[in-house]
Design a protein around this ligand. Structure first.
Ligand SMILES: [Cu+2]
Length: 354
């Protein structure tokens, strides 16, 4: 009787199945998806005008932004409310402590031709600012409502292989109020007063929004850069205008999965002081000229600044839908102060093209 069978070695060999399965999973995770449909086809969600659509295509987008400011700076130097209110150093009666802003943005894009994509965007803002008065009183003011509306277009200047140049041109329309009021206890506890510059919902001005964007896709990564500006074309109905704003940003993105990418971005921006040379009449109470020393936020010469941000983001795509988020933190400031400095910005967005 031949005793050939040695069945004891059979169950010790699961590898013939596990090996190929592991290799398949690894290749799914590491193989870059096709260039045409990548999650990093779009720049980090905070940017606008970063992409164009094919002729006849529409896109609906919603972004929610949360911005927090919680420290006053003069230049790059922190100033506490006590330092700002120190009678030996200033005449200020009130010091801002922190400010938060929530913004909801609804946008629509449409490409009438292969080269041109039109866009429009409206937003709703909700702002709150905490203050401390010299007499120790703490109070909060708030304003909310429709902000300024943006319309414009993105023109595909040049596209070759994975590289493209986009020209952006837009206009900001003054749909946001510049006459928001709230009760300001140390000034007038009985009736609402005109809120200072940063608490107004709009600029009241027509702004030109030029920009230039470069994008480049590589097999396993992509990057891009954008230069943009907000140029005030006129003064508002209250006789002042905010300063111009210039932005420069560059990002790098990595498609980790066919439907998921991560991005890192660096941003630089500078903005100017307010100009009130066209002012016809003083505003009630929070009067920009007469009460310039009440609180730093009503002084048109304490608005300018420079800032550098670092941001991390992600894009998740499925079909024609995209969900994206970006968290940014300014790591350097140079502010004409005392002025509240941005500390954190979180943007969450959803886009659907059809
Ligand atoms: Cu779009």
């Amino acid at each position: 009787m031949p005793v050939k069978s040695t069945p004891s070695i059979r169950p010790a060999r699961p590898l013939p199945v596990a090996g190929p399965l592991l290799a398949l999973l690894l290749s799914l995770a590491l193989t870059p998806p096709a260039l045409a449909h990548r999650p990093d086809m779009h720049a980090p969600i905070r940017l606008m005008g970063d992409h164009a659509h094919h002729k006849g295509k529409w896109m609906l987008s919603y972004r929610a932004m949360h911005m927090a400011m919680d420290e006053n700076l003069d230049g790059n130097r922190p100033l506490s409310p006590a330092q700002i209110l120190d009678p030996a150093q200033s005449n200020y009666l009130v010091a801002p402590q922190k400010m938060t802003m929530q913004m909801h943005m609804l946008g629509l894009m449409y490409a009438p031709t292969e080269r041109l994509t039109l866009m429009g965007m409206a937003n709703y803002q909700d702002m709150s600012m905490d203050h401390q008065a010299r007499n120790g009183l703490r109070f909060t003011t708030g304003s909310s409502g429709l902000g300024d509306t943006r319309i414009g277009g993105t023109y595909r200047l040049h596209q070759q292989g994975g590289a493209q140049w986009l020209l952006n041109l837009g206009l900001s329309l003054p749909t946001g109020s510049i006459d928001k009021t709230d009760t300001v206890p140390p000034i007038n506890p009985e009736s609402p007063a005109q809120l200072p510059f940063p608490m107004q919902l709009g600029s009241g001005t027509h702004d030109l929004l030029p920009g230039l964007t470069y994008r480049r896709m590589h097999p396993t990564r992509s990057w891009g850069a954008q230069a943009s500006a907000r140029l005030r074309l006129d003064s508002n109905s209250n006789g002042y205008r905010p300063g111009h704003r210039y932005q420069l940003t560059a990002w790098h993105a990595w498609p980790l999965r066919p439907n998921l990418s991560l991005s890192a971005r660096l941003g630089l921006q500078r903005w100017g002081n307010y100009s009130d040379r066209d002012r016809r009449q003083p505003l009630p109470l929070f009067n920009v000229t007469a009460n310039a020393n009440t609180v730093p936020t009503v002084n048109p010469s304490l608005r300018a600044g420079k800032q550098a941000d670092i941001a991390l983001g992600t894009n998740i795509v499925w079909g024609t839908h995209r969900l994206a988020a970006e968290l940014s933190h300014p790591f350097w400031h140079d502010l004409q102060g005392p002025q509240l400095a941005e500390n954190l910005n979180f943007t969450l967005g959803y886009q659907h093209s059809f």
